[in-house]
Design a protein around this ligand. Structure first.
Ligand code: SF4
Length: 163
């Protein structure tokens, strides 16, 4: 049975930077009941506390953080790249351990965002880009969806289940 990596905050775990969470999402509940879900919060796994200061990637490209060409910074200018990279590596290790080919990650997060992130200005400005974990998983061939793309994720899962 295909397993799915899911952002912990989408499962109601209060791991967001502000101590909040998201959900419930019916589809994620079904996958949990089927035993498909492998849950991870890359930032907490990387050693950051909850709550924690919000962080953004100037330019919004997690792939550049992976390549050492950009950093993840708090508004105060603290460099939290190492924790973000550690969390991304833990996500990759889980994916490899479980043979995961599909992830549902929280949109717009500097770790988990799969299509958009904030631009580093802390002014609420979004850019096309990915979080650090999302970028690493995509490089590893994982299909990454967000919580607004659960129908597409289900379709992708059914295609993998049939393959
Ligand atoms: S978006 Fe990702 S890193 Fe942020 S709280 Fe959710 S699981 Fe953790």
């Amino acid at each position: 049975m295909e397993k799915i990596l899911v952002s912990r905050c989408l499962l109601g775990h209060r791991v967001r930077y502000d101590g909040g969470a998201h959900g419930p999402f019916d589809q994620l509940g079904l996958w949990l009941a089927e035993g498909r879900v492998v849950a991870l919060c890359p930032e907490v796994a990387g050693g950051l506390p909850t709550p924690r200061p919000p962080a953004e990637i100037p330019g919004g490209q997690g792939a550049l953080v992976l390549d050492g060409q950009a950093r993840v910074l708090t508004e105060a200018g603290d460099d939290v790249s190492a924790a973000f990279l550690d969390g991304a590596q833990q996500a990759l290790a889980l994916v490899q351990h479980h043979g995961i080919r599909l992830a549902v990650l929280k949109s717009r997060s500097p770790s988990c965002g799969n299509r958009e992130t904030y631009d580093g200005s802390f002014a609420g400005r979004k850019v096309a880009g990915e979080g650090v974990t999302a970028a690493l998983l995509r490089r590893a061939g994982v299909q990454v969806f967000n919580e607004d793309e659960l129908a597409a994720a289900l379709e992708a899962l059914q295609a993998l289940d049939c393959s």
